[in-house]
Design a protein around this ligand. Structure first.
Ligand code: FMN
Length: 363
């Protein structure tokens, strides 16, 4: 069993996997369910000074493991959370991160009221635009109002992540969460021709597996820019996704879509998968893989020469995935074994990423 514990801004988490602000933490009972499902901490649904009025429908599955949403912030009033819901979440004994939105005035009003329940605040920047000024003002308002760590959650609105993270650090943020859902995007109901989302323009925000590569890039950029802990968010649904987030520089992960589509037991499942991967690769702690990709990239020699993959015939099952997608026709499966013609291989690497048994490995 590996050591899955992490410490961020002085807060101890028993594992680094927790619900992101969203439907899995929409009220106290839902937050308790996340704790029972094995989460290492809780990020409550974003509240603002008034309850949101949400266009319906506001959630749809797109593809196998992604979603569109147009949910805004909590439809419960801040009073309901403060009087009832946060206290239930606190009973779990897990660290509670309270998500607030959006402007400096709203944060100044809400932060002191939620402080009795908060181990940290997370500020959503989803609706305050590209200009860093409102985000900087919101961070200052939070820092002036309370003494708990302040996490800034960045949205990938085309926003340059490095500059946004730098501005957040200079404003006094203690940590960054990245990313919020991506958009605007459009999904269509084939039968009616209507947009899937009930928002005025029909737009929605993309989350889940479809944004994992974008989230990894953002975490990677932020980790190379600022000296702040990062909560990696976006497309985490398996133990290996957590490992990748840590390799990119995250110190913990949050997930929303996988918890909606698969239920709150997903947290414990992902923790177990992560543990198995670490054990299988002889790592004693999740912290050992942190930032690995940043270090590896620095060591890697840039090349444009075509190098073929190594082919381990004994591992090949003859499934043919490599042959199907080798547009250069360098691979053919003969008698249930892949054969590689190195003179035709362009060294693109695709086959190695598709091979399910690691029979093809890029140099
Ligand atoms: C239905 C839905 C509602 C969400 N509501 C919020 C919210 O209230 N506050 C927030 O900061 N992020 C919200 N998010 C964004 C998620 O917290 C998360 O950043 C994003 O979905 C990417 O993570 P995922 O791929 O694991 O879902 C919401 C996401 C979804 C799918």
């Amino acid at each position: 069993m590996s050591d899955l514990r992490v410490e961020i801004c002085g807060i101890q988490f028993k594992n680094p996997i927790m619900p992101a602000a969203g439907p899995p933490t929409w009220n106290g009972d839902a937050m308790v369910a996340c704790a029972e499902g094995g989460a290492g901490g809780i990020v409550a649904k974003t509240i603002s000074t008034t309850a949101a009025v949400v266009p319906e429908p506001c959630m749809a599955q797109v593809g196998k493991a992604s979603m569109l949403n147009t949910e805004l912030w909590s439809e419960l009033s801040p009073e309901e959370f403060i009087e009832r819901e946060y206290a239930k979440a606190k009973e779990t004994g897990l660290p509670l991160i309270i998500s607030l939105g959006y402007t400096a005035d709203q944060i100044a009003e809400l932060a002191p009221k939620v402080r009795p329940f908060a181990d940290a605040l997370e500020l959503s920047t989803h609706y305050i635009g590209e200009d860093p000024a409102p985000m900087i003002a919101a961070v200052s308002a939070a820092k002036d109002a309370v003494d708990v760590p302040v996490i800034v959650k960045l949205s990938p609105l085309g926003r340059e992540m490095k500059a946004a993270a730098q501005a957040a650090q200079e404003a006094g943020a203690d940590a960054i969460a990245a990313i919020n859902s991506f958009g605007p995007c459009l999904g269509i109901d084939l039968e009616t021709g209507l947009p899937l989302m009930g928002s005025e323009e029909g737009y929605g925000w993309l989350s889940g597996q479809a944004i994992k590569a974008l989230a990894l890039r953002c975490v990677f950029d932020i980790a190379r820019t600022v000296d702040l802990p990062i909560f990696g968010v976006g497309g985490v649904s398996r133990g290996t996704d957590v490992i990748e987030m840590f390799m990119a520089g995250a110190s913990a992960v949050q997930l929303c879509t996988a918890a909606i589509l698969r239920g709150p037991s997903v947290f414990g499942k992902i923790a177990r998968e992560m543990d198995e991967w670490l054990d299988g690769h002889s790592y004693s702690s999740i912290n050992d893989v942190k930032g690995l990709t940043i270090r590896k990239l620095e060591e890697r020699a840039f090349r444009t020469t075509h190098l073929p993959p190594a082919l381990y015939e004994e591992l090949c099952t003859g499934c043919g995935l490599c042959e199907t997608s080798c547009v250069y026709q360098a691979i053919t499966v003969v008698e249930d074994k892949a054969r590689l013609d190195e003179s035709l291989c362009q060294g693109c690497g695709l086959c190695a990423t598709r091979c399910p048994t690691l029979a093809l490995v890029m140099p």
